[in-house]
Write a protein that binds this ligand. Structure first.
Ligand code: HEC
Ligand code: HEC
Length: 262
């Protein structure tokens, strides 16, 4: 009796592919984390400030003055700091277009680099709150129940107990917090846009801000009844997860069909 020559296991190909995909995914996530950490810790260079000044003159000076000094109707930006510019521009509120009770966010038409340049220019006009660093925004070690208490004391009266937003007097409103990321929340607290009070690091220390971030993150992820929320791994890991598992499954089926046909 002769034995059939050893055949390669039909799933060997799948295993190799999966290992490859996981490796690429991990490398991608690592590179991605590296660049975002770099961006928030970046020090403004002279060329960046100059590029920002030009963008400022074109897009902002008509209201805020040629050197940020403000005009009769519009506020000065001297001393508002990079955080205010980042907040206003990332949410598409600035440059403002139509006058109204409240400036509303719209799809933004400036790139991240352009926003960073304008923020660096405005920061060069006078010291003000800086864009929070990745370390400041890391709320992993924060106390969730303390965050809930701080949220109910400081934010709930305007943004609703579940963070869903609410109407204020005179047609103004506090927006829902369901889709805002940690950086925007931190910057809103630091700069107090429009009818919102300022929660400086003196009145609300960074540890308390982190607790609030954790609480809002909890509220945001609580709205997933029955869904697979993937904890709070964030969009990058979720993307990588879908990519590896989804694409891996498709490939596994393909290889399996191939093995059957042979
Ligand atoms: C059409 C006029 C207009 C233009 C153009 C405009 N702004 Fe504003 N900006 C306003 C008004 C009005 C406010 C005040 C909103 C409020 O607080 O009620 C404001 C507020 C701000 C604030 C918040 C100031 C603070 O004290 O927190 C920042 C920062 C800002 N603008 C940046 C910019 C930048 C950067 C640009 C250009 C990309 C720009 N704005 C273009 C009208 C304008
Ligand atoms: C007195 C009412 C009031 C209180 C208290 C208040 N906010 Fe606000 N908040 C507002 C208003 C009004 C806006 C809209 C301003 C704007 O968009 O320029 C706002 C905007 C925001 C935004 C930006 C949302 C977006 O989509 O752009 C965030 C984030 C935020 N608030 C978080 C907080 C947190 C966290 C607290 C508690 C520490 C808090 N707010 C307390 C009134 C309030």
């Amino acid at each position: 009796m002769t034995r059939a020559p050893r055949r390669r296991h039909p799933f060997a190909g799948v295993a190799v592919l999966l290992v490859g995909l996981v490796a690429t995914g991990t490398a991608f996530a690592a590179v991605n984390a590296g660049t975002s950490a770099q961006a928030s810790g970046a020090v403004a260079s002279q060329t960046q400030v100059e590029a920002g000044r030009q963008l400022y003159v074109e897009g902002c000076a008509s209201c805020h003055g040629i050197a940020g000094e403000g005009t009769e109707e519009y506020p000065s930006l001297i001393g508002t700091g990079a955080a205010a510019v980042d907040f206003q521009m990332q949410t598409g509120k600035m440059p403002a277009t139509s006058p109204g009770v409240q400036v509303i966010g719209k799809p933004r038409n400036y790139s991240d680099d352009e926003i960073a340049a304008i923020a660096a220019y405005v920061a060069s006009l006078g010291a003000g709150p800086a864009i929070p660093t990745a370390a400041e925004l890391d709320f992993a070690g924060a106390d969730l129940s303390e965050g809930g208490t701080l949220f109910r004391t400081n934010c709930m009266q305007c943004h609703n107990f579940a963070g869903k937003g609410g109407a204020l007097s005179d047609g103004a409103f506090a927006p829902s917090l369901m889709d805002v990321d940690s950086k925007i929340i931190w910057e809103a607290m630091l700069t107090g846009p429009q009818n919102m009070p300022i929660f400086s690091n003196e009145t609300l220390p960074p540890e308390s801000k982190q607790a609030i971030l954790k609480w809002i993150d909890h509220l945001q992820n609580d709205k997933d009844p029955g869904g697979l929320a993937l904890g709070s791994m964030g969009p990058v890991s979720e993307g990588v997860f879908v990519w590896i598992v989804g694409l891996g499954l498709v490939l596994a089926v393909t290889v399996w069909i191939g093995a059957k046909v042979r």
